[in-house]
Design a protein around this ligand. Structure first.
Ligand code: PLP
Length: 393
């Protein structure tokens, strides 16, 4: 990229867009599979996948076909009407989450919106307290931000909706806080925005037992972990539990905005007519693309691929024996490379120069969330480029 060009679009960006994001790294113009190109024709291996969104990578024929087909039929109709794809996707989601017959599905447009629905679900129990975890991330809208356990993100926006308490991620802390006045506990199986930090082994199983004992809802935020990313449809399924609600977004429609809450059992009756809604929620365009994405995940065994490639990528990182790397966390294709203090941004910057996109989510963590279609060639290219980036850092 010529410096003049980069200077020009960066100036336009800062002049015209709200200053709520860090300055963008590159101007990207197209993608294909696990690869993207910038405006100067430079090619990058995309191991961030739009932050765990591009489950089928870029310009996947299945997504292109479904989007084109549905756009030619109708993109949107409003929730005064039903559409075949909305009905089909709801049924599919009840099946793959395990919510089954008694399950119900609410469609919105983003992760934060899915969690707003979950927040309202919790309020409808009539109980005043909601438990969430310190350092958990549930989104940036006011309700989702209240659930988010990061005071630095909340401080400028107080007062937030009340009643939310943030606990340490231990069963002892949960036992101590739990009571019959608790509406819900909301947790992520792996804290993605905190650097890909899994909950302690067995936490969800114990949390299910404790919430059940007190009649509180267990809400699992699978917005980053869900729809195949960790090698199962949903990460909670690893622990063999049944939650009361699961929220998802990101990868479900391969990049088309769609947020979802699926409820289980009695929780399915908590939200009644008029309680919630969203103009775009569940429109035929997003739901058609989501069905195509789910079909392809099944057809190409991308759950198995996520599990296998995740292990390959972990082994590749560990094989360097770099003194900058302290550990590799996470499951499937949601991985966090732990680094010594302050090393993550420099490694990611070196990788970008070498044509590899990874995400330094904090000074000691690099997040990897490549498309679920990642194959041998991409894992090899990743190993090669990361190795060079580590050596250069
Ligand atoms: N919950 C989790 C676990 C997330 O990782 C995110 C986004 O990173 C959200 C909620 C918010 O999703 P969105 O950015 O689509 O609102």
């Amino acid at each position: 990229m010529t410096t003049a060009t980069m200077t020009e679009w960066r100036e336009r960006y800062s002049h015209d867009l709200m200053g709520s994001y860090a300055p963008p790294l590159r101007l990207l113009v197209r993608g294909d599979g696990c690869w993207v190109w910038d405006d100067d024709g430079k090619q990058y291996l995309d191991f961030l996948g739009g932050i765990a969104v591009n489950s089928l990578g870029h310009a996947h024929p299945v997504v292109v076909e479904a989007a084109g087909r549905q756009a030619a039929l109708m993109v949107h109709v409003s929730n005064y009407f039903a559409t075949p794809s909305q009905l089909e996707l709801a049924e599919r989601l009840k099946t793959i989450t395990g919510a089954g017959e008694e399950g119900r599905v609410y469609f919105g447009n983003s992760g934060a919106e899915a969690n707003e629905a979950a927040f309202k679900l919790a309020r409808r129990t009539g109980r005043p307290r909601i438990l969430a975890l310190k350092n958990g991330f549930h989104g940036r809208t006011m309700g989702a931000l209240a659930l988010t356990g990061k005071p630095a993100l909340q401080e400028g926006f107080l007062p937030l909706p009340g009643g939310v308490e943030h606990l340490d991620s231990t069963i002892d802390a949960l036992e101590a806080a739990m009571g019959d006045d608790v509406a819900a506990l909301i947790v992520e199986p792996i804290k993605g925005e905190t650097g890909v930090v899994p909950l302690p082994e067995g936490y969800l199983r114990e949390a299910r037992r404790i919430t059940e004992r007190h009649g509180a809802l267990l809400i699992i935020d699978e917005i980053q972990t869900g729809v195949g990313r960790t090698g199962l449809w949903f990460d909670f399924q690893r622990e063999g539990i049944t939650p009361d609600a699961v929220t998802m977004a990101k990868g479900i429609a391969g990049g088309v905005p769609l947020g979802v809450m699926v409820t289980f059992g009695a929780a399915s009756g908590l939200l009644q007519r008029g309680d919630h809604g969203s103009t775009f929620g569940g429109n035929p365009f997003a739901t058609t693309v989501a069905i195509a994405v789910l079909d392809e995940i099944e057809r190409a065994d991308l759950l198995g691929n996520a599990a296998r490639r995740g292990e390959q990528i972990r082994a590749a990182v560990e094989s360097f024996g770099s003194s900058l790397v302290t550990e590799v966390r996470g499951r499937g294709l949601l991985l966090g490379i732990g680094t010594v203090e302050g090393a993550a941004p420099a490694i990611a910057a070196a990788a970008l120069e070498l044509g590899l996109i990874v995400n330094p989510i904090n000074p000691t963590s690099i997040r990897l969330a490549p498309p679920l279609i990642v194959g041998d060639a991409e894992v090899e290219a990743f190993r090669d480029r990361l190795g060079q980036a580590l050596a250069a850092s």
